[in-house]
Write a protein that binds this ligand. Structure first.
Ligand code: IFM
Length: 758
């Protein structure tokens, strides 16, 4: 048992192994990966799993969702905020850290059940003193402005004086380990102390948005406060609280760091500091243990809804839970000014921006499990509809065009230019050509309403999104007089290795579906939702002829296909590219890049980065017969290199649709273990958020075969792999918590939960 390594007090608090992700020995080369894996978030703030004493290498990042800044970079990115987790221990000036001491015992564990990070280290310093240091860290989910750390410090073979340094470090940079890209997005505006608190306030550089962080230190032995010689200092960008205490061999001192953070998005600027201090006081009054208990209770409720249990397959069971943990922890249930970034709040890649990842990979999980969070994500897109209108105008189109990368204000955040690691400038065409996100937003809004039954949203806010995005597509297509068909030229589909192309099937077909759907929704509203229809017409100056045009485009959009077969041509000319098939896989079952790519650019080949035609079939399965799905899956599966984490889960789900369960099982393993095993080698940059949602979809839509019919009735078509004895999960089905249990022989039960079980 993982918890056996911890002392009794922590052992009793920790969950069993199926809820624990552990780091069993210290290896500096894995620091950054574990910082991502052990990130904690409470829907408001995220902090990477950094070590309190600060070790190397480290990206000690704290983020608050929605706090962005651009300054001299290419885009608005999440600002790394003052690091409040610093807590250092010294005995006779020797820093007790894994880097400076001999490590006698080491283990960290992320408790998924309670969103708590535990640490156990036994260190021997240069003088032979042995210190046992165990810690607990959480970001309260009940009171999101409270973050707490507790350390149990026990000298094992000495008496002495323990010197403690607790700081809030505002000198933090984005990309702090990349000399070429380092940037400081905030400046310190106040560094002060009030009685026994330290306080640091920073201001973002573009928007002058203020963020205040306060902390206070306490220590107890047998319930008695033991800190002496307290001193709070303002050292430039670092606010530091010093104190010491006597420690005795075998006696444990409990050291507590209470932290609170508020920003100008939470209250008026002048109220930030008072709010921080008030919160710290309430936190202290309530106590670490009580706050932690309340936090755990919230997680308990969340897990009642979100847990997926796979009996008979321990490793996968835990890995699936790990993915769900990160996804559900990050999304907010009350703030529609924020989305979920491509790396959650766990790393800096993609600047915290939201992509199509949200609608097509994460939203299904939220719609089925946490509809209130799904609603916030939908409201986020609705709130930014106006910005999408401006974006369309800027690019010469009508209606609303959602940005490929979205931060807080809805403007395009995917840069046209970036700097390569060698300093050269790189023209990035993604925002210019990758337009399918606009279809994803529309599809997501429809699916959200279909899943949750939120018709209020469907006929009001969503209807506006539908009309405006339909207008965009109507202005984006071109009529080809020769073919007598509509085309979308110069576009990039999900497979970003071929850009731009003409008539990407994924994009064209999705547009076909979107335009058909909007036209029929409009007819339905006209017939049976008169008031909403009238208000939509007035608000958007909508005219019926528009819907007729959309229908015509939908009927006549070009869908390239291989003559005489059911195989779609990913884009015009794809079949003429050099044929390369994937034949070899590495130890993680990941495809090995074919040798030919040493001499030929991937753009000249049929190799693709990620699910494209197959992604389309995942979204619009009802449009294609089984044979079409099979032929396309078989064709493209051999050509997909899964250069993106958005790919394996989709192939798993679609493999199951055509009865290929053994490949599907392998794909699920790759997806579920992607970050835990650092399969793509870039987990240091943060957790792959879309993949976490893809993992959930693979289990629920793939292996359980869950679907809703047009009347909202629930259907299951399980494909249990031989390794699984039982699969259990729950969803909110039309407002009722519904538990689904599937046995190894594919028999199942669907049970409505009682109110006290939810
Ligand atoms: O949205 C994805 C894209 O499909 C592939 N590259 C990474 C992006 C963010 O996850």
């Amino acid at each position: 048992m993982i918890r056996d390594n911890f002392s009794k007090i922590l052992r009793e608090a920790m969950s069993e192994d199926s809820w624990l992700i552990s780091e069993d020995q210290y290896d500096a080369k894995k620091n950054l990966q574990f910082e991502s894996l052990f990130a904690l978030s409470n829907g408001y703030m995220g902090i990477r799993g950094v070590q309190e004493e600060g070790n190397h290498p480290s990206l000690p990042y704290v983020y608050i969702n929605g706090i962005f800044d651009k300054s001299e970079t290419f885009m608005r990115e999440l600002v790394t905020l003052p690091n409040w987790s610093e807590l250092k221990f010294y005995v006779e000036k020797q820093l007790l850290s894994v880097e400076r001491c001999e490590i006698l015992e080491y283990r960290r564990a992320l408790d998924l059940k309670t969103a708590t990070l535990y640490k156990h280290v036994l260190l021997r310093d240069e003088s032979g003193r042995e210190s046992l240091i165990e810690s607990v860290r959480f970001l309260s989910r009940e009171n999101v402005h409270r973050m707490g750390m507790k350390v149990y410090f026990t000298p094992l073979n000495y008496d002495g004086i323990l010197e403690i340094e607790s700081s809030i470090n505002g000198s933090i940079l984005n990309f702090c380990d990349a000399p070429r890209f380092k940037v400081k997005h905030s400046v310190v505006t106040e560094n002060s102390a009030k009685e026994d608190n330290i306080y640091l306030e920073v201001e973002t550089r573009d928007d002058l948005l203020h963020i205040g962080t306060g902390a206070s230190l306490h220590a107890y032995e047998n319930g008695e406060e033991v800190l002496r010689n307290r001193r709070c200092s303002a050292f430039g960008e670092v606010a530091l609280e010093f104190a010491d205490c006597k420690v005795k061999e075998g006696k444990t001192v409990e050291i507590l760091k209470y932290v609170s953070v508020f920003t100008e998005k939470d209250c008026e600027r002048a109220a930030i500091r008072p709010s921080v201090f008030k919160e710290l006081e309430s936190f202290r009054d309530r106590g670490f243990t009580e706050e932690h208990r309340a936090h755990k209770k919230v997680y308990d409720t969340m897990w009642k809804r979100a847990n997926v249990r796979i009996k008979g397959d321990f490793e996968l069971d835990r890995a699936v839970r790990f993915n769900i943990f990160h996804l559900m922890s990050t999304a907010s249930e009350y703030d529609d000014r924020v989305n979920v970034g491509a790396k959650l709040l766990s790393g800096e890649e993609y600047g915290g921006h939201a992509f199509w990842d949200t609608e097509l990979f994460m939203l299904p999980f939220f719609s089925f499990v946490f509809p209130e969070k799904a609603k916030r994500l939908e409201c986020y897109r609705y709130r930014l509809l106006d910005a999408a209108r401006k974006n369309a105008r800027k690019n010469g189109y009508q209606g609303a065009q959602y940005p490929w990368e979205s931060a807080d204000d809805g403007t395009e955040q995917c840069p046209d230019w970036t700097i390569e690691p060698d300093g050269s400038c790189y023209r990035c065409y993604v925002a210019k050509y990758e337009h399918h996100v606009t279809a994803a937003v529309m599809y997501g809004a429809y699916k959200y309403a279909e899943t949750t039954g939120d018709t209020d949203f469907l006929y009001k806010e969503a209807a506006e999104i539908f009309v405006e995005t339909a207008r965009f597509w109507a202005s984006r297509v071109l009529y080809n007089e020769t073919l007598k068909l509509y085309e979308i030229r110069e576009v990039t589909g999900p497979d970003e290795w071929h850009e731009p192309v003409n008539n990407n099937v994924y994009t064209n077909y999705l547009v076909k579906w979107c335009l058909r759907f909007v036209s029929s929704l409009i007819t339905e509203m006209k017939d049976s939702r008169e008031a909403e229809y009238r208000s939509l017409c007035e608000k958007l100056h909508f005219m019926e002829e528009e819907a007729e045009t959309w229908k015509e485009i939908s009927d006549k959009i070009y869908i390239p296909k291989k003559e005489g077969t059911k195989i779609f041509e990913q884009f015009e000319g794809y079949f003429d590219l050099y044929e390369v098939l994937i034949e070899k896989y590495d130890k993680n079952d990941w495809p090995i890049r074919p040798e030919i790519l040493k001499t030929m650019s991937v753009t000249e080949t049929q190799l693709i980065k990620q699910a494209d035609v197959v992604m389309l079939m995942h979204l619009l399965g009802q449009e294609f017969d089984e044979e079409t799905i099979r032929e396309n899956y078989n064709y493209y599966e051999k050509r997909t290199l899964h250069g993106s984490s958005l790919s394996p889960s989709i192939y798993a789900i679609m493999g199951l649709k055509i009865g290929d369960s053994s490949k599907a099982y392998r794909y699920l393993r790759r997806a579920a273990l992607l970050d835990l095993w650092n399969i793509q080698g870039n987990t240091r940059e943060g957790i792959h958020a879309a993949n976490t949602g893809g993992v959930w979809q693979t289990v629920v839509f793939g292996f359980a075969g869950l679907s809703l019919d047009e009347n909202g009735e629930l259907h299951l078509q399980p494909h249990m792999p031989k390794e699984w004895e039982e699969l259990q999960f729950s969803i909110m089905h039309r407002g009722e918590a519904t538990e689904i249990t599937i046995k190894g022989d594919n028999s199942y039960t669907i049970r409505k939960r009682e109110a006290n079980e939810v």
